[in-house]
Write a protein that binds this ligand. Sequence first.
Ligand code: S3P
Length: 169
Amino acid sequence: MDTRIFLIGFMGSGKSTLGAKLARRIGYQYMDMDQLIEETAEMSIPSIFNEHGEEVFRKWEHDILQELCLREKLVIATGGGAPCHSQMMDLMNTHGTTIYIKLSPEALRDRLIRSRTERPLIKGKSEAELLEFISTLLKKRVPFYKQATHIVDGMNLQAEALVGLLQES
Ligand code: S3P
């Protein structure tokens, strides 16, 4: 099994929840990129977007990813946009196994409506606007996500299934 497992996918696809469970099952340390950025910057993600803008956020995201690529035995939940900026998909594929958790725009919308995490990119959108936004952005992001080592259906996905997948490969 690779020493670094990256979970990738759109906002709301379950990367953090599954990542923490997967890490526990395989005895790896769990890392959440968004959380690491927040701790390093001593600011929340919405404040980073507000005060510094998305470009700076992407730079910090890249810096954190590079640091994580030097460490071992990690399950890493990435931010939804990470694979699509600054060659980060290549970086992850070079340094570990990537798993794309795939969900339909409708399923993502339903999960994002229920989520309590504040996400600057979707803040203040109505349900209809949200679906439109997800569909458009997902189309742009799928070419990156599709470069993952494994693509898994995120509906009813359990950490155990990911363990099986990693043991087989
Ligand atoms: C983003 C996803 C968020 C976070 C930031 C930007 C994106 O992470 O990194 O708000 O561009 O899709 P989650 O995928 O964990 O929500």
